[in-house]
Design a protein around this ligand. Structure first.
Ligand SMILES: O=C(O)CCC(=O)C(=O)O
Ligand SMILES: [Fe+2]
Length: 537
């Protein structure tokens, strides 16, 4: 058995790993009236042209560092063609494996009329197109019952525990659709060919609301039956069954609703927070669910999202991760990889670079910078690619600090990281990770050069990360991310002797500490720092 690649990426959280701990006190946040109001205006997310100048300037800086490293260390050039070839062969492997399992789009049927009506769902004051939902079912009740029974039979078979079963989180069950037998496979293939591919074409290629770059043939990279069992999740002290924030791999994600008898649940998108402030209590954010049983929700796989907590009953869904190939334009022939997929694969370079250069940490960092630069080159509007390029430069700075490099060189590296992260905040303004990373970078710059304006921007960035997570936690499990931000933010405030404010920020995390138990690094650190801040007050 060869494990399949996971279709979801949850990578590159630069700060601590977390453990979940039982809450000792209420989850009420501290009173933060005395803290600045974060700003995250979402100008650039709506206007792809407004950052192009910056893109070239920042890439110029990145290229400068790459040349410098190549000369200083006498390393061979890391040709983009090598990265591209690797991405191409990985994608070809994935697509070939996928097409053996589920039907790819048929070139003959490609231009058929779509018979499924749908509507777009928008977010923010400028109507950012977030997802689309069908206005009629694409699976009938008989098909749903057949698929559901097959999934239940699959989970009852003791053999599945040792095969491809993934039990990612408490209360969650997953089954690959291709493991559910011939009957299910033929229902799914029929639905893909006659309903799903044509609907995707209409929503993402024939509708000016959100028109993607051309793709010649769609295919399914992975398809899962997912069950969220709230009772089991609650038995294990979780508020419900869900999934953390993540992006899916591929181009388009498809989510089909299979039942109605549950509370909570749905897909929470971080861009549902666009233009919202913590004080905007009404109307609350409602995670998205397809309108009815058998209906479908469609979104770009690059929209960061979570499975919102199902708090009562069982929620069943089918998810499809849809990928594709494009024919090369201009010279040459053969198939090539759509840009968002190239970017997604290039972003996952950590394992590859660490393996290739396990005995040379600087070269591993250089390899990562080259991959992340490739990702922003092919997808310059992908905020996460800019974020990861920024965090690769942060790691370069960490290396330089250990090597006691000059403040001048470190300052230039951190400046480049900051520019990348600032671009990322404009493209993915609701991603709390990017604000946390920006704050950490600015803070390091301040330590090198005590410029007071850096303190203000650092604080604003921490406050934004904190606020985004406080708004998200109502809907999905972001406790680990919030704990990390609280520790970083609390440390920042306490370093300025602002012990009262630091105590307020740290409290939510510190109170998760259970005496005589290891509650994970973030909670332990928060607890120690919180006690210290209380003594100073
Ligand atoms: O629960 C949901 O609606 C989200 C599912 C999801 O994001 C996934 O399986 O990748
Ligand atoms: Fe997902």
């Amino acid at each position: 058995f060869v494990p399949r690649p996971t279709a979801r990426s949850r990578l590159q959280w630069t700060t601590r790993a977390t453990a979940s701990c039982r809450l000792l006190s209420s989850t009420e946040g501290p009173n933060r009236d005395d803290l600045p109001t974060p700003i995250y205006h979402h100008i650039d997310l709506y206007n792809e042209n407004s950052y192009t100048d910056d893109v070239e300037t920042v890439l110029g800086r990145v290229d400068g560092f790459m040349r410098l490293l190549e000369q200083q260390e006498a390393w061979p050039l890391l040709h983009e063609s090598k990265i591209r070839d690797r991405i191409h062969s990985q994608h070809t492997r994935d697509c070939e494996a996928a097409s053996l399992n589920l039907a790819p789009e048929s070139p003959v049927l490609r231009d058929q009329q779509c018979s499924t009506r749908y509507e777009w769902i928008f977010s923010g004051t400028k109507s950012y197109p977030l997802a689309a939902q069908s206005l009629e079912p694409i699976l009938n009740t008989t098909a749903i019952s057949t698929i559901r029974e097959a999934a239940e039979a699959h989970w009852e078979n003791p053999a599945f525990c040792t095969s491809r079963f993934t039990y990612q989180r408490p209360g969650n069950y997953e089954a690959h659709v291709t493991d559910l037998g011939e009957r299910v496979r033929s229902i799914v293939n029929e639905t893909l060919t006659t309903r799903i591919y044509p609907l995707i074409r209409d929503v993402f290629w024939n509708d000016p609301t959100c028109s993607l770059a051309p793709v010649d043939q769609l295919c399914v990279y992975d398809a899962l039956y997912i069950r969220y069992n709230s009772t089991q999740a609650k038995l294990l002290d979780h508020i419900g069954a869900g999934q953390p924030l993540h992006r899916d791999l591929g181009l388009i994600s498809i989510n089909i609703r299979l039942n109605n008898d549950f509370e909570g649940g749905g897909t929470f998108f971080e861009n549902q927070l666009l233009d919202r402030k913590e004080s905007d209590l009404e109307p609350g954010i409602t995670p998205l669910t397809p309108l009815e049983r058998g209906h479908v929700l469609l979104h770009k796989s690059s929209e960061r999202h979570a499975g919102a907590s199902t708090v009562d009953g069982v929620r069943d869904i089918l998810v499809f991760f849809v990928s594709g190939v494009s024919c090369e334009t201009g010279s040459g022939s053969g198939s090539t990889v759509p840009m968002p997929i190239q970017s997604a694969i290039a972003k996952q370079s950590r394992g590859y670079c660490d393996d290739c250069y396990s005995n040379n940490p600087l070269r591993a960092i250089f390899c990562r910078i080259a991959h992340q630069r490739y990702a922003v080159r092919v997808a310059p509007s992908d905020g996460e690619a800019w974020q990861y390029l920024g965090t690769a430069f942060m790691e370069y700075d960490t290396y330089l600090a250990v090597m006691k490099a000059s403040a001048g060189l470190r300052g230039a590296v951190l400046q480049t990281a900051t520019r990348c992260l600032q671009l990322a905040t404009r493209l993915t303004p609701c991603d709390s990770r990017v604000w946390n990373n920006l704050a950490l970078t600015l803070n390091r710059q301040w330590k090198l050069k005590s410029d007071a304006s850096l303190l203000n921007t650092t604080e604003m960035a921490f406050a934004t990360a904190h606020q985004l997570l406080k708004m998200s936690r109502e809907k999905c499990d972001v406790e680990g991310e919030l704990d990390n931000v609280n520790v970083n933010y609390g440390l920042f405030l306490s370093n300025q002797d602002r012990f009262m404010e630091a105590g307020c920020i740290l409290e939510g995390t510190a109170l998760k500490k259970i005496i005589d138990q290891d509650c994970g690094k973030a909670v332990e650190d928060a607890y120690e720092l919180w006690k210290f801040c209380r003594q100073q007050q």
